[in-house]
Each structure stands twice: as C-alpha cells, then as structure tokens.
Design a protein around this ligand. Structure first.
Ligand code: UDP
Ligand code: MG
Length: 339
C-alpha cells in the first residue's frame, strides 16, 4: 500500500470513529424515577423488566434509574443498594421519613441532568414496554406523554368515587381532571424546569404537570394487577389526596359561602317583609306568631354573618393563591439563549 493510500484510509477510519464517538456522546439521557415504599420484592423484578425493555433503546438513549425509597420499613433500601453496586446508572435516594408518593416523586429533581424524565411505580402496574411508545411520542414533539388506564383494577366504590370527584374538580377548577390518568408519564426537560418552580407543599404530581400546558399526548393501556403486596393507599391517604386536589386547584369551597349567603339573606328578607305586611297591615290572616318573627330574624342575621365570612374568605383566597408561589407566566420557547 502506498504511503498516500495509507494516509487516506487512516483518515477515513479516524473520521468514522469520531462520528461514531460523537453519535454516542449525543445520546439523549432519560431519567426514570421510581418512588418505592415496601417494595423489597418488586425492586429486583422491576429492574430486570426495565433492563429487558431498555436493551432495544440503548443505541439512541442513555438511562439513569433513580429509586426514591420513601422510608420503607422492609428491605427496599437494601435492594436498591444492591442494584446500585452492580449498575452505576442506578441511583438511590433515601428519604428521612415517609413523605408519601407525591412528595417522593419530586425528590429527584435536584442535581439531575436529563433530557426527559419518566415517572413510574415499582409494583409492575406500569408496563415497561410502554416506554417505547412514550419515547416515540416525545420525539414527535410532545412535551408530556402520559398513560391513561383503559380500565381500572379498583373496586366499584373507589372507581365511582374517583369518577364523580374528577368530574366535579374539572367543573370547579381550571384544570381538566381526566378520569383514569396516572403519574406514569414522560416529561420533557423544559416542562420539568417549570415544575421545579412549584413550591406547593401538599402537591399532586400529575395534576401539577398536566396543568402546565405544553403539547400533551395520551397513551391508553390496560393496567395489570399489582405484583406483590397490596396497594399502599388507605382511605385516609386518598382523602388527603382529594382535599389537596381541591385546595390546590380550586377556591370554589370558599366561594360557596357567597351562594349560601345570597340564598339565606334574600329568602329571609322577603319572608320578613311578607310576614310584617300580613300581620300588621292585613289583619294577620296566616296566624303569624312572635316566635316566627324571632326565628326568621335570626336566619336573616345569620345571613349577614355569612356575608362577612364571605368577604373574609375572599381575602383568604387571595392569600392562598399568593403563598403557593406559583410562577406568574410560563414561556414555551426562548431563542438565542445560552442554556
Ligand atoms: N409509594 C411511596 N410512598 C407511599 C406509598 C406508595 O413511595 O407512602 C409508592 C409505591 O412504592 C409505588 C407507588 O408509590 O411504587 C404507587 O403505590 P401503590 O401501588 O400502592 O398505589 P396505586 O397503584 O394504588 O396508585
Ligand atoms: Mg400500584
């Protein structure tokens, strides 16, 4: 081989290697966040299934698997540590006490360098193969891709209650509370950056994410049953979830006093007027007694008290929206900015 040929060939090979290197360097990083409470049996199984799914995606994407241990009383943390030893892409966060899933879901946001985040559960109720559909939709310019259950593995009572609750919440808030939505979602970095600005202490992860706007895509699938252990959601936790949803997204309960006040004051005012005319000017044809006057006057005075409560409620509503520290506006795009 001539010296010049040798040089040309080495140049081509080096260039190809460099392109391959740059291609690998430019892999997008997807963070998977898994809150875990009493999941010692599920963690190893979850990891195996995750790895099987991710093998086909490894060419184009890197992963980071963050387990957030929500102070489990069992060996969940030990299981996470075992995985951290064998795979450096697995990361663990151990919370100092049980904060509940909604907070655990937010515990990873500091110090991560992702292009997108997938939030999922450790109990196999979120089929991993859906990740591919998530990523395809994300690459198709959707900033939020979220999973909606086709049918619920919950008892009739819980299904009915959550159906009614979501319909009511959609009416009294500015967010659409869709039924059967889960927090199994892929979220673009841009959206996560806004999510981190939310300071709500009592937060419902999925509704905050879905209330941010941006282009969204739903993916429908049937939810499989839980792998080990039963659901961690007791009635008290569900009740807290419901009250947090109402107080975070609606001031309707405060406004309700207004409707009550209107009803009581108008009703008692007209009744009092009618009673006075009929007793003192028409010869009392309806046998209106002194105690009737006393009762209706009391109702009228309660109405006046309620009106003051309503005014106080208005101020509390203002304080409420201020102390939440939500961002005033949301920018979709920025041009010529250094990130
Ligand atoms: N979880 C948590 N903290 C809790 C309760 C649950 O981190 O206090 C986690 C749990 O390990 C699982 C996810 O949240 O990964 C969903 O919990 P579960 O399956 O009990 O709820 P459901 O599927 O009924 O919504
Ligand atoms: Mg579950």
């Amino acid at each position: 081989m001539k010296k010049i040929d040798f040089l040309i060939y080495s140049f081509i090979i080096t260039e190809n290697l460099l392109t391959l290197y740059l291609f690998c360097m430019n892999k997008k990083l997807i963070s998977f966040v898994v809150p875990a409470y009493r999941e010692e049996k599920n963690i190893p199984l979850f990891y195996d299934e995750f790895k099987k799914t991710f093998v086909n995606l490894q060419e184009k994407y890197d992963y980071e698997l963050i387990f957030v241990n929500d102070w489990s009383p069992d060996k969940t943390w030990e299981e996470i540590l075992k995985l951290c030893k064998i795979d450096e892409n697995v990361k663990g966060i151990n919370l100092s006490r049980n904060f509940w899933k909604e907070i655990a879901l937010s515990a990873w946001v500091e110090n991560a360098a992702w292009d997108a985040v997938v939030t999922t559960d450790a109990d196999w109720q979120r089929p991993m193969h859906i990740i591919k559909t998530f990523i395809l939709n994300w690459e198709d310019w959707n900033e939020i891709v979220y999973w909606v259950r086709k049918q619920m593995n919950r008892n009739f009572f819980r299904k009915m209650l959550s159906g009614i609750f979501n319909k009511l919440m959609t009416k009294i808030s500015e967010v659409e509370f869709e039924s059967w939505v889960t927090d199994f979602m892929l979220i673009d970095r841009k959206v996560v950056n806004y999510f981190t600005k939310y300071c709500d202490k009592n937060r419902i992860f999925r509704w905050i994410i879905l209330s941010l706007g941006f282009s969204k895509q739903k993916v429908y699938f049937v939810e499989p049953p839980r792998k080990h252990w039963s659901t961690q959601w007791q009635i008290s936790k569900l009740f807290k979830l419901a009250t947090d949803s109402v107080t975070s997204f609606s001031i309707f309960p405060l406004k309700f006093i207004w409707y009550l006040w209107i009803f009581i004051v108008f009703f008692s005012f007209w009744l009092l007027t009618f009673m006075t005319i009929s007793r003192f000017f028409m010869g009392n044809p309806y046998w209106i007694t002194n105690s009737a006057f006393f009762i209706i006057s009391n109702v009228f005075l309660s109405g006046i008290t309620l009106s003051w409560l309503w005014i106080i409620a208005l101020y509390i509503a203002k304080i409420h929206s201020e102390v939440l520290w939500r961002p005033l506006y949301i920018v979709d795009k920025k041009v010529n900015f250094k990130e």
